[in-house]
Design a protein around this ligand. Structure first.
Ligand SMILES: *[C@@H]1O[C@H](CO)[C@@H](O)[C@H](O)[C@H]1NC(C)=O
Ligand SMILES: *[C@@H]1O[C@H](CO)[C@@H](O)[C@H](O)[C@H]1NC(C)=O
Ligand SMILES: *[C@@H]1O[C@H](CO)[C@@H](O)[C@H](O)[C@H]1NC(C)=O
Length: 311
């Protein structure tokens, strides 16, 4: 009896500390009166590996994950000015709420999020659905648009989100409603379409089902490569032909870190001229390849809950 209680407590702790399993897909429900599927996206800057902590709304506490620590790998840094950086480490405790932790590759980075997440929660609607997606651009000073792949959009080009061609960008602190018809079944994606905003986190799955109840549990997997530098930096290095130093020009040891592709290509755009840094499955991956190779079981990676076959 006592042992049962202890196990229960351990499970409860793990769940509050970090969202362990991915959420299965849930088909959206339409508005009862209009039959329209309404979505609202708030786009803003968010810090990865940070948690809204003890200092109230609008503040973050920076979180680290210590791979070699077995008991409690999560730790929170103390942000008060008075505490010296070298002493500013506090082990995870009840004061901190990790439930909305955005991990990505485990480094601290400012990214664009959709309702606090990247990738966004998947949009799942049945074929034929009429969607009204209100996008509220709360970014500090960045305009944006949204574009959905895989749909026909016939007669509806002005909702397709190509900036300057199909619409004026949604300016910072403004909003825009996209009216979209789910005209093609499939697993598509939706992404920001101004500059390289999709590389900063503006993306998500957009799934059009056949409709009707499905008696299986389904998940979306969004796969991405992810970089330590921000995408504007990477894009400009590419434009200026400096990609081999994209790991860091300022690093005196860049000679040894220089990336040289070892394969040829047919005069097309060699996209892989960026050395791969991290792979994300949904919102989690890991930046340290030595850790990925040597002890993947210790890393906080995306997990799916699956069901054992009944015999
Ligand atoms: C983990 O590694 C760091 C530095 O690499 C070290 O300071 C720390 O003591 C290690 N922790 C454990 C539990 O081994
Ligand atoms: C933790 O944060 C989540 C998401 O922001 C919120 O829904 C939840 O109520 C919070 N939990 C506590 C104990 O504050
Ligand atoms: C990766 O992790 C290993 C051990 O956990 C450490 O020795 C190494 O310095 C790390 N590499 C980088 C680039 O952080």
């Amino acid at each position: 009896m006592r042992r049962g209680l202890v196990i229960l407590l351990v499970i409860a702790e793990a769940v509050t500390a970090w969202s362990e399993y991915e959420a299965p897909l849930v088909e959206a429900t339409p508005d009862e009166k209009t039959g329209i599927y309404y979505f609202e996206w708030i786009v803003e800057e968010t810090m990865t590996m940070a948690t809204s902590g003890v200092r109230g709304e609008g503040f973050f506490e920076v979180v680290d994950y210590v791979v070699n620590e077995t008991d409690n790998p999560w730790r929170v840094r103390i942000s008060e000015f008075e505490t010296h950086c070298a002493d500013a480490v506090e082990w995870n405790n009840d004061k901190h709420n990790f439930s909305s932790l955005l991990q990505l590759d485990g480094r601290h980075q400012v990214v664009f999020t959709i309702n606090g997440k990247t990738p966004a929660d998947p949009i799942v609607v049945p074929l034929g659905a009429e969607i009204q997606l209100t996008v509220r651009n709360h970014l500090m000073a960045t305009d944006m648009t949204m574009h959905v792949h895989g749909l026909n959009m016939r007669g509806n080009w002005f909702n397709d989100g190509i900036p300057f061609l199909q619409q004026c960008p949604i300016q910072a602190k403004s909003s825009h409603v996209y009216r979209i018809f789910a005209d093609t079944i499939g697993t598509h994606w939706v992404h920001g379409h101004l500059g390289v905003d999709r590389g900063q986190g503006l993306l998500g799955a957009f799934i059009v089902t056949e409709g009707g109840k499905r008696d299986i549990r389904e998940y979306a997997m969004v796969l991405q490569d992810w970089f330590a530098n921000d995408w504007k930096h990477i894009w400009l290095l590419k434009k200026w032909g400096l990609m081999k130093w994209h790991r860091g020009l300022e690093n005196p040891e860049h000679g040894s870190q220089c990336h040289q592709p070892t394969y040829t290509h047919d005069n097309g755009d060699l996209f892989a001229d960026m050395a791969l840094q991290s792979l994300l499955v949904n919102t989690k991956g890991w930046h340290n390849q030595s850790d990925v190779l040597h002890h993947p079981e210790k890393l906080p990676l995306t997990q799916f809950r699956i069901k054992q076959d009944s015999e």
